[in-house]
Design a protein around this ligand. Sequence first.
Ligand code: NZQ
Ligand code: ZN
Length: 386
Amino acid sequence: MNNFDFYNPVNIVFGKQTIAKLAQLIPTNAKVMLLYGGGSIKHNGVYDQVIAALKGFSYVEFGGIEPNPRYETMMKALELAKKENVTFLLPVGGGSVIDGTKFLAAAMFVPEGTDPWGILQGTIPVTKALPIGTVLTLPATGTEMNGNSVVSRNSTNEKLAFGSQFVMPQFSILDPVTCFSLPDKQIANGIVDAYIHVMEQYLTIPNNTPLQDRWAESILTTLVEVAPQIMKHKNNYDAMATFMWSATMALNGIISRGCIEDWSTHIIGHELTALYGIDHGRTLAIVLPGNMNIRRKVKGDKIIQYGERVWNITQGTDDEKINKTIEKTVEFFESLGVPTTLAPYNIGADVCKTVSQRLTSRGLTKFGEAGDITPEVVEAILKDRL
Ligand code: NZQ
Ligand code: ZN
């Protein structure tokens, strides 16, 4: 196991009717900025609950944050937040609203005249941010309990990420009832995203992390178990609660402490979103099977362990077990209506070179847990999914 630090200050408030607790969680003298997306919260009653809880607080609103939040939109939010002297940020929505808000929180302290995009390029270190409290309405990203943010820039077709403990939410309210209004597609995307977060931290190289492995496997097994229940009955509170908590636990830093991590499926997946607008979770379902297949030498031991413990695959040669495990993983994603190849998106062989060149141009020529992913390997992974 590698050495590690672990610090996670996020206060999770979980369960039915918890949005009302906002009134106790936000500092009383705060000037609040309520941020949201394209309007889902106005249709499912969440907005009304938030407004009721904000009674007596001074607040401004900023709506219209799009899926894959845009830098351009968040710069408008920045202007408003500065003009209104906002002191507390309250994003209400999915990962996009929360991630966009994290960027805004850090951008507030970038000196005038400097472009905050540098935060995402890694040229501006984050040393301070406005406090954030979130109300999550879509289980998937884990952003409610981590310090990560992913923002896209329209003008350059870039999708970049940054991470900082300064943008970790102070609290996150998770009421599974708010998720009953999610379209099937978003639920399926969320299940796949959470599943692959676990895989990025678990399906790597053995490193004497038996406890972390069991945690990871328990999240995977739980997601496999609960997925068909939610897909059948969205209003099943217990199933939704299990899914929501699983997604949070999948990316709050606990399961990866001391582990060797990968994240190459995300790195390649983000390019597919930037280029073709494919939903985040869907890009991962395409890339992961190719990643497992092409990098079976690096990941072999862990794929066999995962196959045995999550899918009960115990028979055959190592290669046969690996093939069967990839098949089972693909079947699971497809059972949720999430495609695992590029063909349904009408994307042809050009994608292989295009993505490898874009990553190369950003200096990403050796990545993955073993530093073995060269441009040729990126191409092979995508070719596997044509
Ligand atoms: O915008 P509104 O109208 O709210 O609608 C949203 C949006 O259209 C809708 N939605 C959310 N909650 C709903 C709902 N519709 C009905 N009922 C509800 N309760 O769902 C749509 C998608 O929302 P979005 O926030 O984009 O989805 P998600 O939570 O999957 O977030 C995706 C973003 O997170 C990033 C992704 O790259 C992508 O930009 N990620 C962030 C991570 C992190 N911060 O740690 C890690 C992830 O790997 C990921 O990269
Ligand atoms: Zn993800």
